[in-house]
Design a protein around this ligand. Structure first.
Ligand SMILES: Nc1ncnc2c1ncn2[C@@H]1O[C@H](COP(=O)(O)OP(=O)(O)OP(=O)(O)O)[C@@H](O)[C@H]1O
Length: 580
């Protein structure tokens, strides 16, 4: 299923393809079948009122009515099954398409859309559209058919009675219009309230450790309880505003017999209408108007569905990380590639630049460290090097080729990253290890975990390599998670390694193991290490000092102590305050 344009209802229907037409057509025919037994009853009663009753005709009528009822049920089943099948298939493709889009979205998109917002959009909004396509479309088709066919039947029997049957409709619609005037705004407010609750619940769950440590409960966590409490007055106000119009509408819809019965009786009495025709009017008149209640209900939810589409389109329309030039795979640079920043500048939002005119090269087979005070721009450099962000000005090249010209898959084969904030997926140890290299064999996996000092602790887990580690590895310690992520990077075996210093939060035993694992990881590779602590990089082959987004020094440790004031200051801070 190819989804290449913004989502609209017409597009969703097109994407459902023939399942939509099958379900709609069968819904329409099954609705017509609802009126067939009534029509047959009418013919039977008319036969019974004439002098010579043909029993044969009566039997045929009964059989025909029975067949019409069976056909109706069969068609309803086909309509619902095909609508559900089409809607589920569409929901599956939408989820796949949107998650692929998110995978290629730049990091800046995620700073304005939280994980809980996106989860709600991908789960709830797609579920809302799926329900609409699976239930409402066949329902709406049937609800539109019934009044048209029923009214045609009444017009055929008696034009005046057809008019009486729909006399109250305009008044009913006026009442409904009065109560629905603000429905789009109300649907928007309701969507916002739901989103707010989802965000606060997810914040509450994420921060549960802090909340417990302050002795708070859900009702005393003010942000959450206030957001939930806001819903009650909103619903009360909504009911007050809409109750009168909605009740009048429903009353008027179910009251056309109040006119059809006495007017029909009066006309029968005066010989103006045959009593059998009056009977048909009594049976058909309520059937004509009642579906409008279903139609209006379906329409009243249209604003909410439009809201769902708008939110989904925010993901569909997100600009993608692009490969700006098509390069033949065979002509890509190979070997131990040098990463170069050349006059690179970047700013988040409209704030002051995070990086300005940054220029440096990594060393092939060497350790290049980036150091600087907090907020200097070190992490931004790592994000730009891995295309989590794209630079505003300047050029970043790998092996002499701009990284924006590298096919993404090939670029990420060259780079491995170990970050301070390790993310492990909810699966087994082995599944997490194989993430970057699914075809690795068990010997390669064990070699990687041994080099990352992780093999021993993995074996001590209840099911060894097959132990489930929980969401983000919650069943492992911080140091264990870190060593597992290093093993994952080792197994990936990319020639350029970017380390966002991994030992910052480790205890002394774990720190020693992690340092050892990192030393193994650096062996034979070009390494760019974002160092938040100096003592881990004093032996680096090259140190780049960054301050306020600019490179202010470059060299080895001893050279920088002589010529770079910013580096001297950082070093003095360690000597004065120590470094944990
Ligand atoms: N997502 C973001 N949105 C807006 N500004 C940001 C964002 N991330 C970082 N910044 C800003 O960019 C500048 C550089 O931040 P960066 O995280 O690169 O610094 P750092 O040297 O890694 O800091 P630290 O050592 O404290 O981690 C800082 O002024 C920071 O406030």
């Amino acid at each position: 299923m190819n989804i290449s344009e913004p989502l609209r209802f017409i597009l969703l229907i097109k994407l459902m393809g023939k399942t939509f037409w099958i379900s709609t057509l069968t819904a329409i025919i099954s609705t017509i079948m609802t009126l067939v037994p009534i029509w047959i009853l009418y013919i039977m009663v008319r036969e019974l009122t004439i002098a010579t009753v043909s029993l044969e005709l009566i039997y045929s009528c009964l059989v025909a009515a029975f067949i019409a009822m069976l056909l109706r049920w069969g068609l309803i089943v086909i309509s619902h099954v095909s609508a559900h099948h089409g809607a589920l298939k569409l929901a599956y493709h939408l989820k796949l398409h949107l998650t692929n889009k998110l995978g290629l979205a730049p990091l800046s998109f995620f700073s304005s859309h939280t994980a809980s917002d996106l989860r709600k959009v991908i789960n709830d909004d797609i579920a809302a559209l799926e329900a609409f396509l699976a239930h409402f479309l066949p329902d709406v088709a049937s609800a539109l058919t019934l009044p048209i066919v029923g009214l045609s039947l009444l017009l055929y029997i008696d034009v005046q009675m057809a008019f009486v049957a729909i006399l109250l409709l305009p008044i009913a619609f006026c009442c409904q219009w009065l109560s629905m005037r603000h429905s789009a705004e109300q649907a928007r407010q309701w969507g916002e309230l739901q989103l707010n609750i989802a965000q606060k619940v997810s914040e509450y769950i994420r921060g549960i450790a802090v909340i417990k440590s302050f002795g708070l409960r859900a009702d005393s966590f003010r942000q959450l309880s206030q957001t939930i409490r806001n819903v009650a007055p909103w619903i009360e106000n909504y009911c007050k505003k809409n109750m009168f119009g909605w009740n009048c509408f429903n009353c008027l819809l179910s009251s056309n017999l109040v006119l059809v019965a006495p007017i029909g009786a009066w006309r029968c009495f005066h010989g103006d209408l045959a009593s059998v025709d009056w009977l048909l009017c009594l049976l058909v008149a309520p059937v004509i108007v009642q579906p409008f209640s279903r139609l209006v209900f379906a329409l009243s939810e249209q604003a909410q569905r439009q809201g769902s589409l708008d939110r989904l389109n925010q993901i569909v329309n997100v600009s993608q990380m692009t490969v700006s030039q098509k390069i033949d795979k065979a002509s890509l640079p190979t070997g131990n590639l040098v990463l170069s920043f050349s006059s690179v500048s970047y700013r988040y939002d409209q704030q002051k630049p995070a990086l300005q005119e940054v220029t440096f090269n990594t060393l092939p087979h060497g350790l290049t460290a980036i150091v600087g005070p907090s907020g200097a721009g070190k992490t931004t450099i790592a994000r730009l090097a891995t295309r989590l962000l794209d630079c505003d000005r300047g050029e970043i090249t790998l092996g002499g080729l701009n990284i924006q010209h590298w096919p993404l898959e090939e670029l990420f084969k060259q780079i491995s990253m170990v970050s301070q904030n390790v993310y492990l997926f909810n699966g087994t140890v082995m599944e997490n290890l194989l993430l970057g290299r699914p075809d690795a064999n068990i010997d390669q996996v064990i070699a990687a975990t041994k080099a990352a000092c992780a093999h021993e602790f993995i074996l001590s887990l209840p099911q060894g390599y097959d132990t489930p580690i929980g969401e983000n590895g919650t069943r492992l310690s911080g140091g264990e998670r870190q060593r597992l992520s290093i093993a994952r990077a080792l197994l990936r075996d990319a020639p350029l390694l970017i380390l966002d210093e991994a030992t910052a939060y480790a205890d002394s035993e774990n720190e020693w193991l992690i340092q050892q694992a990192i030393a193994n990881l650096c062996n034979g590779r070009s390494v760019l290490m974002i160092a938040h602590r100096l003592k881990t990089i004093i032996h680096a082959d090259q140190i780049i000092v960054v301050d306020q987004g600019k490179v202010v020094g470059q060299g080895r440790h001893d050279e920088l102590l002589l010529k770079c004031p910013c580096y001297c200051q950082l070093w003095q801070d360690i000597e004065l305050n120590g470094e944990k």
